[in-house]
Design a protein around this ligand. Structure first.
Ligand code: PLP
Length: 435
């Protein structure tokens, strides 16, 4: 009988996070340029960040240690859903009539439906340990807010979420998920911050953006004692926590007796792509493998394929340090596509660096083809994917078709970053030709 699911036991949950910076330094002898203080243009030090992040996360942000141990309390919570399954997409392969072997790592198996919980649990843990009482954050489609709400609840902290207005309207039940887990949720731009009020004054119907929501969360943290800020992507420590995905996938691919030729993930801020890619990228850096890595983004928010590689702010109010990244400009407002998690003007500095070094590739797709890919995937594999994840699926399908056309077997692995059961509004519009 052919194997479909490749699973691991609870005891095989990784014991450490894998730090790609260590390998970049060792094998490439180069590291990404550091974040800068916007006023002095000097690299930011730990003290500059201690008002918004706990010290342990700041340490992880700049660490060049190879491995960072995962605390027992965090691994204990990971047991609720990790290790997630690796699935061979036999039925999709048949549908595409391809000699390629397609595998996907199913992060939608997490209780909140996406990979975001991997870092949410870790961030909540370190915050609690250092005395944070309340976390503030932004969320696009609501996946990050839902994950952090659950994690904050596990560690008995409060959470305030600024949710991008267009997603707030498209995905009303995400708010219910966050509130069920005890979070307080505001549509952003909101009336509870000075920056939100300023934007609403000039445009009461502003659709919002991740950049604006980040500014509102930061303003809230700066004004309240005991509050800390938490970010769901982009930063080094967030990408670090996501490496549990690729560490597991690597073991699972070994179990399947295969190694991937192509590894694919959608890219919003870059964390789920980094999570699946980095543990395999190590082999490429060592010169052992020639694996291709593809980050997939929407045409309407093409930070990697069209953005400039330069220092820019991470948010719209320009409160963050300057990050060296591929950016469309901190004032860029992407069109209101349904893949809310991919509507970010910038890209993780680590991913931007790797793209600039030509160690990874990027492609961009329009909204309709990605919903078509998601629909084909649902009808063959049974899972309705998040619109963000549909980008990865579309690219995996295109690679599988190329494999057929070239008559070459290829092993394709992609990260199915989340399910789409709270994104049905987008599917409804696609299926009834209203997109
Ligand atoms: C948030 C999200 C993304 C995009 O964020 P990354 O940091 O690029 O991973 C992708 N897929 C899903 C399902 C998400 O919730």
């Amino acid at each position: 009988m052919k194997n479909t699911k490749i699973t691991l036991s609870d005891s095989e949950i990784p014991e450490y996070y894998l730090n790609i910076a260590y390998y970049l330094k060792k094998y490439l002898m180069k590291l990404p340029d550091p974040p800068l203080n916007p006023v002095t243009k000097q690299p930011v030090g730990p003290a500059d960040l201690s008002g918004i992040f706990p010290m342990e996360l700041i340490k992880q942000e700049v660490s060049i240690e190879e491995k960072i141990e995962i605390p027992d309390e965090v691994r204990e919570l990971y047991k609720l859903y990790r290790p997630t399954p690796l699935i061979r997409a036999h039925r999709l392969e048949k549908f595409l009539n391809t000699p390629a072997h397609i595998y996907y790592k199913y992060e939608g198996a997490s209780p909140t439906g996406a990979h975001k919980l991997n870092t949410a649990i870790a961030q909540a843990y370190y915050n609690k340990k250092e005395g944070t009482t309340t976390l503030a954050t932004e969320t696009g489609a609501g996946q990050w807010g839902s994950a952090l709400a659950l994690a904050a609840n596990f560690f008995a902290m409060k959470l305030v979420v600024f949710m991008v207005k267009v997603s707030f309207d498209q995905k009303p039940f995400r708010k219910t998920v966050m509130e069920t887990n005890g979070a307080e949720v505001f549509a952003s731009p909101s009336k509870v911050t000075e920056f939100g009020k300023k934007i609403l004054k000039s445009n009461p119907d502003h659709p919002g953006s991740l950049g604006i929501a980040i500014s509102e969360a930061l303003e809230t943290v700066v004004k309240n004692k005991g509050y800390k800020y938490s970010l769901g992507s982009v930063l080094n420590h967030v990408l670090l926590h996501q490496t549990v995905v690729g560490l597991e996938a690597k073991k699972q691919m070994e179990k399947a007796g295969e190694y991937s030729d192509v590894i694919i993930g959608c890219v919003g801020g870059g964390s789920n792509f980094a999570g699946i890619a980095f543990p395999f990228l190590v082999d490429k850096l060592k010169g052992r493998r020639k694996t291709r890595f593809i980050g997939v983004e929407p045409v309407s928010c093409p930070s990697l394929t069209k953005g400039k590689y330069k220092y820019d702010f991470g948010d719209t109010a320009q409160m963050t340090p300057l990050l060296k990244m591929h950016t469309l400009g901190s004032g860029f407002i992407p069109s209101p596509i349904h893949a809310g998690g991919l509507r970010y003007h910038g890209m993780a500095p680590l991913i931007s660096f790797l793209y600039n070094e030509k160690l990874i590739e990027a492609v961009a797709y329009e909204q309709k083809p990605i919903f078509q890919a998601g629909t084909d995937f649902a009808r063959t594999e049974g899972i309705i994917p998040a619109p963000e994840s549909c980008h990865a699926i579309k690219s995996a399908m295109d690679e599988a078709i190329k494999s057929r056309e070239e008559g070459k077997k290829k092993v394709i692995l992609f990260n199915l970053s989340g399910h789409g059961l709270l994104d049905l509004n987008g599917y409804d519009k696609f299926l009834h030709k209203k997109l």
